[in-house]
Design a protein around this ligand. Sequence first.
Ligand SMILES: [Zn+2]
Length: 333
Amino acid sequence: MTRQTNRGRAAGVVIALTALMPAVALMSATPSFAAGVPCDSTLSPSEIKAVGISCRLAPATVVRVAEDLEVAVPEPGTVATVQLLRTHGSASPSAASVYRAADGQLALRIDGEAALGSTATAGALNRILAKPEPAGATKTQASLLAAAPAWCGSYTQYAFSGGVWVNSTYPWTYNSKSQPASDALQAIQYGFKFITDDSSACGTDWTAATSDYRGSTTRYTWGTRDNGNVVGWAGFDPGILGATYSWVDGSGFRVEVDIAFNNRVTNWFTGLSGTVPSGRYDLISVATHEAGHGFGLAHYTSSSYPVMYPTLGTGVNKRVKRSGDLTGMGVLY
Ligand SMILES: [Zn+2]
């Protein structure tokens, strides 16, 4: 009895939907490119031209900027950014951001170059990633940092990649899988401490930036948005030391950041000693750099003084926030 009643209702719903169909068909007349052929699962920068893409996005499309630099297309309204710290001598691109508009159009920015994509979509990417500096901020820093030694560089040597954390706090978890040594987490925690400290040997610049270590995790989802901020180890080409994956929402907030260090690098130095052995890559230095990305610092390429310079050599201790890194964190938070 009850069943029959339900069946009767279901039939009624089907009839009602059928009656609506002509109206629906009329309304969806022209989503132009969206009705076109599906995109390849891998897009090249040249496919994101001034006019935008002319295909319909596949479910898991990535934009391949270089053989070792790919950005997974994010959910609509957000920007995904990948930043690579390379070993010395590499000239490949070190950062790329992809914005996906609600209509499926994409914009792409490689390093600091002008964004590719339609005027509207590239403009939206630039707006989301723009961070206005408070008036007078750099003036204050100039006087605070004036006495720093030459190797600290200049207080103007910083750049932002876009987006800030709500409450100035970056919460993260650690996945120890394939870590090179049992003290790796300790080294990474020092990196987060050094990037959020108010002062360094290069001066003082107050920052509200805080990192919040929330323990270990077994998540393993680098490059994929899963609402968990995972720091850990992944396998990259030997010329890459670390990678940061960031997602920024339409309001300019950082909503997820994953950081992966290269588990294929066989000569990590994970110790605390300030004297990094020759031929070894200092994990604390790399972690300080990646944590800088985690908070929103971009690569600074015009001078090799800042921690945020996009390459690092062996035997180098670069754990000290330089003048530009201090100012960048102070202005950002
Ligand atoms: Zn980097």
